[in-house]
Design a protein around this ligand. Structure first.
Ligand SMILES: Cc1cc2nc3c(=O)[nH]c(=O)nc-3n(C[C@H](O)[C@H](O)[C@H](O)COP(=O)(O)O)c2cc1C
Length: 454
């Protein structure tokens, strides 16, 4: 059933819930007029542990890519001691073709700020850092304006309506990234926040125990935190009426797909954009109903359904009924839902070229700490370049798959998930579009890489 009332996009007056023509910046006063900050007020009368319990009961899963249950993460924090505790908001949004968080930042920053304040109160985190992608110049200005409004209205700072949090005056600071994909990985982000090179850390210890400045730190995505105010206002049971829910027969301990989600769609469709729908919406419905179908003259071959790191689904699979929920990986042999930002790949695009381009991205963005990732991503790029040029052999194709699978997160292989993303992206492209790879290794295309600018 299509979503009749959006949760995050409720300030957009008309459907579809994502049409940018109708959007404007919602400042503090307008936000309050629409019951904004009422959830924070409600939390002021609650025990912090009860707020955490509500978010846990809602089974809100992280919207940054990994889908980890937010309430559970919050409950990993150690008991209070005398020291500081931090919240880092992940607004790095660096996964290719992902642009959903920026819509919240640009138009509804107070929804995010209210979620931040509630998280700080619930988890007793005195200081929050909003880590924003370096390229988001305009969004940074908008968000700084919203932070200033929040300070003026005593959400943060001296005289905050939250009083003291963890025995300190609560503060929210904005910190700009400098354009590295790896700084979206939570511990790379922490290192960068501390002023160091964005090298992910070995876990454990997990950030909730030892994060920024070696103190307990919660890291959540922008969209995840934006869901917190509506959950507090309407309750966990209400949230669980939305979305796909739990897979049939799955025990309650298995994380499910409750709530709505922001889906970004880019590529050759008539109306690209960011749309809010139930988790579990059919991929074809997103394309046909929200995006009004492919652009004129385009037929679709495949999709990156969650950024590039989750791999691809083919148009055939989409027509068989791919649903955009957290179980997409299990059903359609890819890594998972990821950022749920879809890139449409038209029929005329070579999947070999597409794979090579992805490999180039990963080899450039690998931080270089782990051998499998540093060397593997470079070799993937080299092999794919050779194949696309027409110099590849069938042996290269076998080698490519062997290499990609060796890059996965076997214990001790990798510090972070970048290498996993690289190998899944390439493996699903090769496995699902085998014919195209076979054709280039058997029949040289003769396409010169100089022409392609590589
Ligand atoms: C290479 C890499 C890049 C990532 N980039 C982002 C990002 O840009 N934004 C984000 O929210 N999470 C990103 N993540 C996931 C974060 O590590 C982390 O899981 C997330 O911020 C947790 O928030 P959530 O639980 O609210 O989703 C990335 C992970 C990896 C491995």
């Amino acid at each position: 059933m299509p979503l009749d009332q959006p949760i995050l996009f409720q300030r957009v007056p008309t459907p579809p819930w994502g049409d940018f023509n109708d959007r404007k910046y919602v400042g503090y006063d307008d936000y309050v007029k629409a019951d904004g900050y009422a959830a924070l007020e409600k939390c002021l009368g609650m025990e912090p542990a009860d707020v955490v319990e509500e978010v846990k009961a809602a089974e809100l899963r992280g919207r940054g890519g990994a889908g980890f249950p937010a309430g559970m993460k919050w409950s990993f924090l150690p008991p209070l001691d005398d020291g500081q505790r931090f919240l880092a908001i992940n607004a790095d949004e660096s996964e290719p073709a992902t642009f959903k968080d920026q819509v919240l930042i640009q138009y509804d920053p107070h929804l995010v700020i209210e979620g931040i304040a509630i998280c700080m109160l619930a988890c007793q985190l005195d200081t929050a850092y909003f880590y924003i992608r370096g390229e988001y110049h305009h969004h940074r200005e908008v968000f700084e304006k919203a932070i200033a409004e929040a300070y003026e209205n005593k959400v943060f700072g001296e005289g905050s309506r939250m009083g003291k949090v963890n025995g300190r005056v609560p503060h929210l600071y904005l910190h700009r990234g400098a354009g590295a994909y790896i700084c979206g990985e939570e511990t790379g982000l922490i290192e960068s926040l501390e002023g160091k090179r964005g090298w992910p850390r070995i876990k454990p210890p997990f950030p909730a125990v030892q994060g920024a400045f070696a103190r307990p730190t919660i890291i959540n995505n922008v969209e995840t935190l934006a869901f917190v105010p509506p959950i507090i206002t309407h309750g966990a049971d209400w949230f669980k009426t939305l979305g796909k829910g739990r897979a049939e027969g799955a025990p309650p301990t298995v994380p499910a797909s409750f709530g709505t989600k922001l889906f970004g769609v880019s590529g050759p469709v008539k109306r690209p954009g960011v749309y809010e729908e139930h988790l579990g919406v059919k991929l074809t419905a997103l394309i046909d109903d929200y995006c009004l179908g492919p652009a004129d003259g385009v037929s679709i071959k495949a999709y990156f359904h969650g950024g590039i790191s989750m791999g691809v689904v083919s148009q055939d699979e989409a027509e068989q009924g791919v649903e955009m929920d957290f179980d997409i990986g299990k059903k359609w042999n890819n890594l998972g839902l990821g950022t749920a930002c879809v890139t449409v790949i038209p029929e005329h695009v070579s999947m070999v070229a597409m794979a090579r381009n992805c490999a180039r991205f990963y080899s450039h963005e690998s931080c270089g700490q782990c051998t499998h990732c540093r060397e593997g991503s470079k070799w993937l790029y080299k092999l794919l370049t050779r194949m696309e040029r027409g110099d590849g052999t069938t042996k290269d194709l076998d080698l490519l798959l062997e290499l990609a699978s060796s890059m996965g997160s076997m214990p001790g292989n990798n510090i972070c998930g970048l290498s996993d993303g690289a190998n899944w992206a390439i493996r699903t492209i090769v496995n699902k579009f085998w014919d195209e790879f076979e054709a280039v290794v058997n029949k040289p295309t003769g396409v010169s890489l100089a022409v392609l600018g590589a």
